[in-house]
Design a protein around this ligand. Structure first.
Ligand code: NAD
Length: 284
């Protein structure tokens, strides 16, 4: 069997550390607080939001979900964000995407003050990530969680050939920056890339965030490669699969399973960032 990277275990270890940090903060009179804005009734988004709220509650983090109807105007969402920006009980603000068509997600993300931008989407935080700034700034949680996983399974990324497939703002672009900051040699591939097969065959680390079942086959990657499967795809029969097909049952390659790989890390890392923001605010 291809060796599976245990995202659940690493996420659980991280949660133990977070719970201990929360306890210490609460003893100092600081309870970290996260607010999640959900607009509309997308079923997958509702599940994601519920999972985030549950994770927060389990760790002792205050959570508030603001659920608005699908017809909500952009102005109304901006007004909610302004109120949360000004609320000292809230350390982290998250707007669940996708938003309905009448709302410009970029405008919404930029309206969150950078100090409460738990997803790391604000241009100031994106800039800090790309500059590899020394000061603290929040960064996108899915790629940051992947960096935590890689730290367990491939701790030295210096000079490694890293291939990121997919260039979304949520995953691919910040992933490229984080791997670059760790001194890997990074290639960002996307739908117009013409030599993908060659890039895949050559890479030491591959992060696949495309959203297509079985997009990458383990038989196409190097024998000692680490493959991170970000994809979440539901097949017609209801099965949940990633973007990677594990067709190398006897190999020594490392792969994140779906589910149980990147998903649990994303949630745990979101909580980690929330607690860090609370700590930042306590010293301001
Ligand atoms: P997206 O859907 O916004 O973009 C997909 C990217 O794939 C694009 O940049 C596109 O250029 C690239 N792409 C499409 N076809 C390609 C091809 N043939 N060759 C090379 N590149 C191609 O991406 P996203 O929001 O990053 O989501 C990707 C997947 O990851 C989805 O399945 C999503 O559900 C999942 N996801 C999982 C988590 C998690 O926590 N596990 C978090 C975010 C996203």
């Amino acid at each position: 069997m291809t060796k599976l990277i245990d995202g659940k275990q690493v996420a659980n270890d991280l949660k133990v550390q977070i719970a201990s940090s929360v306890k210490k903060l609460i003893a100092l009179g600081i309870t970290p607080g996260i607010a999640v804005i959900l607009v509309g009734d997308d079923p997958a988004s509702q599940i994601y939001v519920r999972n985030k709220q549950r994770a927060a509650e389990k760790l002792g983090i205050d959570s508030e979900v603001i659920h608005l109807p699908a017809t909500t105007s952009e102005e109304k969402v901006l007004a909610k964000i302004a109120a949360l920006n000004a609320n000292p009980a809230i350390d982290a603000i998250l707007v669940q995407s996708p938003m309905p068509a009448q709302i410009d997600e970029n405008r919404i993300q930029s309206a969150i003050v950078p100090e409460k931008d738990v997803d790391g989407f604000h241009p100031q935080n994106v800039g800090a990530l790309f500059n590899n700034a020394q000061d603290y700034y929040p960064m996108a949680n899915t790629p940051r969680g992947i960096m935590t996983l890689l730290n367990e399974y491939m701790p030295n990324l210096v000079g490694k050939k890293a291939l990121v497939i997919g260039r979304s703002i949520l995953v691919g672009r910040p992933m490229m920056a984080m791997l670059n900051n760790a001194d890997a040699t990074v290639t960002l591939a996307h739908r117009h890339t013409t030599n993908l097969e060659q890039l895949i065959a050559d890479a030491d680390v591959i992060v696949v965030a495309v959203g297509k079942p079985h997009f990458l086959k383990m038989s196409d990657v190097k024998a000692d490669a680490v493959v991170i499967d970000v994809g979440i795809n539901r097949l017609a029969d209801g099965t949940l699969v990633g973007d990677v097909l594990d067709d190398m049952p006897d190999s020594e390659q490392l792969l994140t399973p779906v589910p149980g790989g990147v998903g649990p890390m994303t949630i745990a890392t979101l909580m980690q960032t929330t607690v860090e923001l609370a700590r930042q605010h306590s010293t301001i």
